[in-house]
Design a protein around this ligand. Structure first.
Ligand SMILES: [Zn+2]
Ligand SMILES: [Zn+2]
Length: 321
């Protein structure tokens, strides 16, 4: 589900930021960021006006963010539900594997520019502002989940970008919601290397999404090397049998499967999970992640994204969610 190129529905808008543009930001420190904003006010990223708010948008541009109303379908966030807060007809006929999709706003200007700056411009500090938008919109419903889980990113892509945008969002939300978060090696899912999904056609995207995610196998305890048996031991005469010793009750073995317990993925069996990502485009990766998590025994999975790409006019419903 990671977005790396022009979004669906907005042809021709390419990222202005190269993939390798990650850079450390002084804005990571809130006090320093506030002080420098006072001394060197940043212009609005859309129109250049001052002053700006937390997303570096002026009040006029911030008011143009299209927050999705409560009446949109609770499963695809594309069409109005049959009744406010319910699923639309295509989602009832062909429901996706997630229980609920929490989408804050539509992936349109000016929010798309903020998310591109967050992902490709190295502005990792925007994770807090974007996660706070989700918290303000859905805090009560999100608190019913047991565990937050970012959509995993391949380690090489994370190293190149400098941070994992979904993990940043999930960690900020987990702090605000006081819920646990399974990111990095604690995640029960791992990402396989592959081309960015945004460069693929719809059919290839579905196929690649199925290959891109896998269940993280727990680290196995290395087998102990048995001591070599010497042939001269076998030639010694056998000793007389010792008197029988009362049997000691066996100590139950601990369920540890690794020498490094923090490498073990989080247990998801019987838990209500919240899968976190920045943008939902076709939902191919989210579908595959939900299928794997349900196979691991999760009781249900909800998906939270900051932005949902709008439906293309005339697109088939099956290609949208
Ligand atoms: Zn502006
Ligand atoms: Zn729907």
């Amino acid at each position: 589900m990671s977005f790396h190129g022009p979004p669906l529905g907005l042809p021709g808008r390419r990222s202005a930021y190269p993939e390798s543009a990650s850079r450390p930001s002084w804005r990571e420190h809130p006090l320093l960021a506030s002080a420098l904003d006072l001394l060197l006010p940043t212009p609005c990223r859309e129109c250049g006006a001052r002053p700006v708010g937390r997303l570096h948008l002026c009040p006029r541009c911030a008011a143009r963010i299209r927050f999705l109303p409560r009446s949109t379908c609770r499963v695809c966030a594309l069409r109005p539900g049959r009744v406010p807060g319910a699923a639309c007809a295509p989602c009832v006929l062909d429901p996706p594997p997630w229980r609920r999709l929490f989408a804050v706003a539509s992936y349109e200007p000016p929010l798309d520019g903020v998310i591109r700056a967050f992902k490709h411009g190295g502005d990792a500090w925007l994770a807090d502002c974007l996660a706070d938008l989700a918290f303000d919109a859905f805090a009560d419903e999100l608190r019913r989940c047991d565990l937050l889980l970012p959509v995993p990113m391949h380690w090489a892509r994370r190293w190149r970008r400098g941070f994992d945008q979904s993990a940043r969002l999930a960690e900020r939300l987990s702090r605000r919601l006081a819920l646990p978060c399974a990111s990095g090696l604690r995640s029960p899912l791992r990402r396989r290397w592959g081309p960015p999904l945004s460069r693929l056609r719809h059919a290839d995207r579905q196929r690649q999404a199925r290959r891109a995610l896998a269940i993280r196998q727990p680290a196995a305890t290395p087998a102990r090397r048995s001591r070599p048996r010497h042939s001269w031991l076998a030639s010694l005469p056998s000793l007389p049998a010792l008197p029988a010793v009362p049997a000691v009750p066996a100590v139950p073995a601990l369920p540890a499967r690794s020498l490094l317990p923090w490498w073990q993925p989080c247990e998801v069996e019987g838990r209500s999970l919240l899968l976190v990502d920045d943008v939902l485009t076709t939902g191919a990766t989210a579908r595959q992640a939900c299928r794997l998590l349900l196979r691991l025994g999760a009781s249900d999975v909800a998906v939270l994204v900051i932005a949902r790409t709008p439906a293309e006019p005339g697109a088939a419903p099956a290609q949208l969610s």
